[in-house]
Design a protein around this ligand. Structure first.
Ligand SMILES: C[S@@+](CC[C@H](N)C(=O)[O-])C[C@H]1O[C@@H](n2cnc3c(N)ncnc32)[C@H](O)[C@@H]1O
Length: 334
């Protein structure tokens, strides 16, 4: 597939550029010498070539991933976002391993992007079934990269195309061979914030009504206040590699009503981890010498105008929100 960098914007024929950014951040984080704060995604580096990095030059990771690791970490945006990815990757993988130990036989990765779990956990997954579900254009580029990087696609991996905005997840899964009678672990990482509320609700409803008892999902989500902040502050750097690439953040879970929101979708909250909170830092951002590795906040207002900093700070202190969090949700008993 030939992608023209100047016209690229997520949609038919054009891959998600944010999926390249997060994979590049994982590849970068996997180079950390201290194993206790190293991103476990050692395969990401092989999946992301210079061709993909050419598509994300607006993001500082496109440069940092090509230079010395410690030098790259001097960029606050790179260090913060790579820390955030570390929290996200490890939280999801801990839950995935637990779900498999507890009897899940299928793993469904929704909006999989450059997710490498099916290729890193081959031993753990060899007698399970994994479905990678994504937008066609992103999936095409991933399959091409797998072939170019000589990463074998294990026989338990099945690909399925979806547009969450219009396709019914239940139909897509059943056409791909998914068995609703088998206990399943779903991963929905870095996707919900890009969809409308109705698309998010429909996807979660499809999961809860079309999966066996004991099934669960891990996903990340933005809080409503985060979306409002992004809308009010178009000068924030995050827009350069989301909104301006045709991938704006548009949906946030209602603040203070997270449990109700998921319950309405047929899911019970087992855990919510605020990524910017102390618990996330204690679990995932503490080095082997006990020192803090850094913050998961990327960029921030340092380079912004004083008025932007003031407005951002005002929102941060006056709004009660999880801002950005990870959730483990169980399918409610019918
Ligand atoms: C930020 S990337 C996350 C990729 C991957 N889950 C990860 O965390 O590395 C967003 C992913 O959502 C997918 N996506 C966004 N909107 C979509 C839609 N309407 N239908 C299907 N996939 C979509 C993109 O193709 C991309 O793979």
């Amino acid at each position: 597939m030939c992608v023209n960098r100047s016209t690229v914007g997520f949609g038919p024929g054009q891959p998600s550029r944010t999926s390249i950014v997060v994979a590049a951040l994982r590849a970068f984080g996997a180079r950390e010498p201290d194993a206790s704060v190293r991103n476990p995604d050692w395969l990401a580096e092989r999946l992301i070539s210079s061709g993909e990095l050419q598509l994300i030059t607006e993001h500082p990771i496109s440069q940092a991933v090509r230079e010395d690791y410690q030098k790259g970490r001097q960029n606050r945006e790179v260090a913060g976002m790579s820390n955030l990815m570390l929290v996200r990757t490890r939280f999801i993988e801990e839950h995935m391993q637990r779900a498999l130990e507890q009897g899940a036989t299928q793993v469904v990765i929704l909006g999989a992007g450059f997710d490498t779990r099916a290729y890193r956990f081959v031993e753990l997954l060899k007698d399970k079934t994994v479905f990678e579900v994504d937008y066609r254009s992103t999936q095409e580029i991933k399959k091409r990269r797998l072939a170019e990087a000589s990463i074998a696609i294990p026989p338990f991996v099945h690909f399925a195309e979806i547009d969450f905005k219009k396709d019914a997840l239940a139909d897509v899964l059943s056409n791909a061979g998914y068995k609703a009678s088998e206990r399943t672990f779903f991963i929905w990482e870095g996707v919900s914030m890009y969809l409308s509320e109705s698309a998010v609700r429909e996807t979660l409803r499809a999961i809860s009504s079309y999966s066996a008892p004991g099934s669960s999902i891990v996903m990340d989500f933005a809080g409503q206040a985060m979306i409002e902040m992004l809308q009010k502050l178009p000068e924030l750097s995050q827009h350069n590699y989301t909104t301006h690439w045709g991938e704006p953040w548009i949906f946030g879970v209602p603040d203070g009503r997270e449990r109700e929101f998921f319950h309405e979708c047929g899911l019970e909250v087992r855990e919510i981890l605020t990524v910017f909170g102390r618990e996330a830092t204690r679990r995932y951002l503490t080095r082997s010498d006990g020192k803090r590795f850094g913050t998961p906040r990327g960029g921030g207002p340092r380079d912004a105008k004083l008025s932007t900093i003031a407005r951002m700070m005002w929102m941060l202190v006056t709004r009660r929100s999880k801002w950005y969090a990870l959730a483990k949700l169980d399918v409610a008993a019918q």
